[in-house]
Design a protein around this ligand. Structure first.
Ligand code: ADP
Ligand code: MG
Length: 256
């Protein structure tokens, strides 16, 4: 059987209606490792993340998503969150009428099954905002309402720090951010990683963020499958040459 993977996705096949999006995908991440997932637009990277969280828009026709020996495909999203899985969405949704603080307290109460102490909670929120270079007014802002692209991503990182996940899916956290915001975001993730050693899957189009966040492996996704797995040099090659040139010859179907 070999290694014990914390996250093991086996033969995952997913449809949206009658459209095949994920096609027999296999992916394994060891405990506490950081892996990157790259691939052209429309190959199913975001869908994979949403399916891990059990988004009802998708039907799993085949396969398993094992996390700590639990099959997430058979679990409700709230229970998946209880298993300390966290998705930072590519396009974080705005939720009018609900503040960050309200949502985070409700969610923490829900996933821990305990009432969160308001004093410690507020103190931690203040600290997290300071760490992320967010004004403390963000604590009571409506979730993502009227926030810039960069602020939204940091706002989602605030949620990550408060919910304390062990499996973190970062879907294009660097897209649309300026250089300083990318550094803030990467520093925050690196600090979280050094404190808690979570397992991380980071989806990106740019090698830049992988210079700042050291992924041990890079997977390439193409039309719903992982077609190659390598180290960071692969991300560099893609940045320089583009996907088409890098994966020119007969699709590169074998894993390195
Ligand atoms: P990526 O994140 O790699 O750019 P996505 O996972 O967002 O790709 O999308 C993969 C493909 O699946 C795209 O062609 C997209 O239009 C399609 N798709 C994703 N979600 C749905 C859905 N709910 N209904 C129909 N098609 C979808
Ligand atoms: Mg996407």
């Amino acid at each position: 059987m070999g290694e014990d993977f914390m996250l093991e996705i086996k033969d995952l096949t997913v449809y949206a209606g009658d459209k095949l999006i994920i096609d027999n995908l296999n992916l394994q991440i060891n405990d506490g490792e950081i892996h990157a997932l790259m691939g052209q637009n429309g190959t199913g990277k975001s869908t994979l993340c949403k399916v891990i969280m059990h988004d009802e828009a998708y039907t799993v026709k085949k396969g398993q998503i094992l996390w700590h020996d639990k099959d997430l495909t058979k679990m409700a999203t709230t229970d998946i969150a209880r298993e300390k899985v966290f998705l930072l969405n590519q396009n974080p949704m705005a939720i009018e009428g609900v503040s960050n603080a309200e949502m985070l307290r409700m969610t923490l109460n829900e996933i821990t099954g305990e009432q969160v102490g308001i004093f410690a909670f507020n103190k931690k929120l203040q600290e997290v905002c300071a760490k992320l270079n967010l004004p403390s007014s963000f604590i009571h802002r409506e979730i993502n309402v009227g926030m810039s692209g960069g602020e939204r991503k940091k706002n989602e990182l605030m949620h990550m720090w408060m919910l304390n996940p062990e499996l973190i899916l970062l879907d294009e956290i660097d897209s649309g951010l300026d250089v300083d915001a990318i550094k803030d975001v990467a520093n925050s993730i690196n600090e979280y990683y050094s404190l808690y050693k979570p397992t991380i899957l980071i989806i990106t189009h740019h090698e830049k963020i992988l210079d700042l966040i050291k992924a041990q492996k890079v997977h390439i996704m193409k039309t719903g499958k992982i077609v190659a797995t390598s180290n960071l040099s692969l991300a560099k090659k893609i940045e320089n040459e583009g996907f088409n040139k890098t994966f020119d010859i007969s699709g590169l179907d074998q894993n390195e």
